[in-house]
Every structure is written in structure tokens, then in C-alpha cells.
Design a protein around this ligand. Structure first.
Ligand SMILES: NC(=O)c1ccc[n+]([C@@H]2O[C@H](COP(=O)([O-])OP(=O)(O)OC[C@H]3O[C@@H](n4cnc5c(N)ncnc54)[C@H](O)[C@@H]3O)[C@@H](O)[C@H]2O)c1
Length: 327
């Protein structure tokens, strides 16, 4: 005898409530077990990090190498890459870098093939490279809007497609998306940046859903949403809540990867502020953003990107992968 639909729904709801209860107890119990007791080993892993030449990318690369992973860096900043590779090797770690502009799809696919041949199959992909121009909409040059989209979101499609095939074959791997709190809340001077980070979060959650629904339980995903970090990206901004230190963010990202943490929001207290966006009246939300957090005001002091830097980056389109630093 077939049950009526309402009985099926009731059954599914009861199972869901039971599972939620178990998962909440599991989460509470896990908070009492230090993360280093639950950490997976990185030995034998090949970790590829985009934007690993500086900022939090370089720190994450150093930490992963210390844990025994073979680290591969992709970036357009040669000097930064060389100094990160040197520092890792001096500490006995394994690392190499390739000059790869991730906005260029063909270059990404070419560089991915080179990595596969010269290093091996990537088991941990960290989509970390990011770009911000920092102007209000009418002052944003069209090519800068496009560049922001190409670096912050379109590249994720190319890099993930390039490396996920092998992960799927072995049902083993880990994909990390470095998004931002600006991907959860729109911010002043960030019509482009915020939009790409919202997109990165949507991309990541959809990818997670595809992997789980299709049975790839051995491929883990971690979404990282930090607030302002004290790197070269948002120079001059004056947030009311102190900036995060890069070392702290890198440590949290690596610890999260080691325990297959699904979402990392930093500072952790931000998790409690976010639901207010949907719970409070819109005017009250704006008052919280403008009068208490002073979000827009903090972006007004952001320093102009140096013309030289922008030109340097723009001149780097059509880059060749570079195995000169490969170990
Ligand atoms: N700094 C912050 O306040 C902050 C806050 C939240 C999220 N984030 C995100 O964290 C990530 C790392 O940021 P960060 O603060 O370390 O920035 P950063 O500017 O110090 O580092 C970004 C790196 O990406 C590289 N990069 C840029 N364009 C590239 C391209 N086309 N191809 C290859 N590499 C490219 C840069 O050369 C640089 O090494 C970014 O995704 C950023 O959006 C940063």
C-alpha cells in the first residue's frame, strides 16, 4: 500500500529533526576536542593555491608546506612567488610556483596540464586570488569591473574544472573558496567586488550540492568569509571593528581545512550579526551598518590603487606558465 504524500512528508520531517538533533550534539561534542586531535594528514597531498605570492595566500602556502603538503603556487607576482617558494624550501618544505594569470582560461588549462605532468594530481585546490579596485559605480572603469569578475569568480570555473576531474575519479580531494563577508553583505565602493563575492558563495554552495547529491562524499569543500584583513588589498580602510591579522586568518583557514570545516566566517562573532539582515526592518539594518558598524565610512578612506600596480597587472595578460621555479 502506498502512503499518502502528507505521510511521506511527515516521515521526512521526523527523520530531519532526528538528524539535526544528532548533528547539533556532534557539533557541541566536537568543540571540546581540540582541532589538532581531529586533523587529517597533509602528507602526500598536492595543494594548489591561487594568489599565493602574497597576503594570506603566501601564509597559507607556508603553513601547508610545514604540514607536509607539496605546495604549488599560481600568481602574477613573480617576486612574491619567488620569495614564498624560497622561504618554504629553506624550511625544508616542498613548493614550486607557476606564473599564471587566472583570468586567462587557456593559460589556466595549460598550466593545469603542466602541474599534472611536473608535480602530480592536485588534491587540495584553494581559490584564493582576489582583486578590488575600490570605487563607487560611476567611477569604476569598465575594464576594471570586468577584471574583478574575471579574477574573483570566473577563474573559479576554470581552476575547478581543471582539477576536479581527477578528484572525482578518486572520490578524494578538497576545494576551498576564499570569498568574503562582502559576499554576505553589500558594501560601499564594492558594487563589483561584493557582487563577485556573492557569486563566489553561490558558486561554492551549488558545487557542494552537486558533489553531495552525486555521491562524491570524499571531496570536501570549505567556504571562507573573512571581514577586512590587514593585507595590501584594502589599504587605508578604517573599520570600526579592528582588522583581522593575516596570520590569524591563515591559521584559521588551515585548521579548518584539516578538519574539513564547511564554513569559516571571521571574526567568528559576525555569524551572529548576519541573521539580523533578514530579521530587522531594512531601515534598522541601514542604521546598524551606517551608525554602528560605520561600513560605508570605513571604505571612504581606502587608498587609491597605485597606477603603476594596475598597469603592471594589466600588462600581464596572456601569461605563460613557468616551470623555472619547479623543484
Ligand atoms: N584583505 C581583505 O580585507 C580581505 C577580506 C575578505 C576576503 N579577502 C579575500 O582573500 C583573498 C586573499 O586576499 P589578500 O588580502 O591576501 O589579498 P592580496 O592582494 O594580498 O593577495 C591577492 C593575491 O592574488 C594575486 N592575483 C591577483 N590577480 C591575479 C590573477 N589574475 N592571477 C593570479 N593571481 C592573481 C595577487 O598577485 C596577490 O598575490 C582574496 O580572494 C580576497 O578577496 C580579503
Amino acid at each position: 500500500m502506498e502512503l499518502p504524500e502528507w505521510a511521506n512528508v511527515m516521515y521526512d520531517v521526523i527523520v530531519f529533526v532526528g538528524m539535526t538533533f544528532v548533528y547539533i550534539i556532534e557539533s557541541i561534542l566536537l568543540t571540546f576536542i581540540p582541532r589538532n586531535y581531529r586533523a587529517k594528514s597533509m602528507k602526500g597531498d598536492i595543494a594548489l593555491i591561487t594568489g599565493g605570492a602574497g597576503g594570506i595566500g603566501s601564509l597559507i602556502a607556508k603553513k601547508l608546506a610545514k604540514l607536509g603538503a607539496y605546495v604549488v603556487i599560481w600568481d602574477i607576482n613573480k617576486t612574491g612567488m619567488e620569495s614564498t617558494v624560497r622561504a618554504i624550501r629553506e624550511n625544508g618544505g616542498k613548493c614550486c610556483c607557476y606564473y599564471c594569470d587566472i583570468t586567462n582560461k587557456e593559460e589556466v588549462y595549460k598550466a593545469a596540464k603542466t602541474v599534472e605532468i611536473e608535480v602530480g594530481s592536485v588534491t587540495l585546490l584553494i581559490n584564493n586570488a582576489g582583486y578590488v579596485y575600490g570605487k563607487t559605480l560611476m567611477d569604476l572603469p569598465d575594464d576594471e569591473i570586468e577584471r574583478t569578475y574575471r579574477v574573483n569568480i570566473l577563474s573559479h570555473y576554470w581552476t575547478t574544472k581543471a582539477f576536479m576531474k581527477e578528484m572525482m575519479k578518486n572520490n578524494h580531494g578538497h576545494i576551498v573558496t576564499v570569498a568574503s563577508v562582502a559576499g554576505l553583505l553589500g558594501t560601499y565602493k564594492c558594487t563589483d567586488y561584493s557582487a563577485t563575492k556573492f557569486a563566489a558563495i553561490g558558486y561554492h554552495e551549488s558545487l557542494f550540492s552537486e558533489l553531495r547529491a552525486d555521491g562524491y562524499n570524499g571531496i570536501h569543500t570549505t567556504l571562507v568569509c573573512p571581514a577586512y584583513i590587514n593585507t595590501d588589498m584594502f589599504v587605508g580602510v578604517t573599520p570600526r571593528i579592528p582588522m583581522l591579522e593575516p596570520e590569524h586568518v591563515a591559521e584559521e583557514v588551515v585548521s579548518g581545512i584539516l578538519v574539513n570545516q564547511a564554513v569559516i566566517v571571521l571574526p567568528k562573532t559576525t555569524r551572529f550579526l548576519l541573521p539580523l539582515k533578514y530579521l530587522l526592518p531594512a531601515k534598522s539594518c541601514w542604521a546598524l551598518m551606517y551608525n554602528i558598524l560605520r561600513g560605508p565610512q570605513s571604505m571612504m578612506t581606502m587608498k587609491e590603487k597605485e597606477e603603476k600596480q594596475i598597469l603592471k597587472n594589466n600588462n600581464n595578460f596572456g601569461i605563460i606558465s613557468n616551470s623555472a621555479y619547479a623543484q
